[in-house]
Unconditional design. Structure first.
Length: 190
């Protein structure tokens, strides 16, 4: 029995090896590109998910599912008259902070919920709200989480006025981004 490989078989095997190598390199390139896109889009949220989950592939898969979920929502910019109405409400909440910081903080949270709902975000529970917001507002969703944590501490009687002031600052950052986002900004981000 002849143990040599025919030239045609050697060419076929060589081609298969080259194709497998090219496919592997292409897959690695695609995966790295996707990771880079997710890091750019989610910023600190990317690292937060990675820390929370502990596995890059699973964290990225979660962020990708979140992107798809939010893409399926009917998120919209606010028309000028709604922006003006919400801005006036926010100014009132901030003014009331001086006399009643706890009540103002509660109203700020409610106002943010109203803005999110008007924009088209589901407002069922905090975890889902903050996750949904992270897709288009990754830079300020941390503020939302920090403010929410302070609000929870306030409900337990564990937050002083300075903490409440910090929560209002955090809420204001998200409020400003949600209300002032120009028409078409979401389409450009996608």
């Amino acid at each position: 029995m002849n143990s040599t490989i025919s030239p045609a078989l050697a060419i076929v095997l060589g081609a298969v090896v080259i194709i497998v190598l090219l496919a592997t390199v292409a897959f690695i390139w695609w995966r790295e590109r996707r990771s880079k896109q997710l890091r750019a889009r989610f910023g600190p949220e990317y690292l937060r998910s990675l820390e929370e989950i502990g596995n890059r592939h699973e964290a990225e898969a979660r962020l990708h599912r979140l992107e798809k979920r939010v893409e399926s929502l009917s998120i919209r910019a606010l028309p000028p008259e709604e922006k003006a109405r919400y801005a006036a409400s926010w100014r009132k909440v901030q003014a009331d902070f001086v006399d009643s910081p706890g009540e103002a903080l509660n109203r700020a949270d409610e106002l943010l919920g109203s803005v999110m709902e008007a924009r088209g975000y589901p407002v069922s529970d905090f975890a889902q709200r903050s996750a949904d917001l992270s897709v288009d507002h990754a830079a300020v969703v941390q503020n939302y989480r920090a403010a929410h944590e302070i609000a929870l501490r306030h409900q337990r009687g564990e937050a002083d006025t300075e903490a409440l002031r910090q929560a209002m600052i955090h809420y204001r950052a998200l409020f400003a981004e949600l209300v002032e986002e120009p028409e078409g900004a979401r389409a450009k981000a996608s």
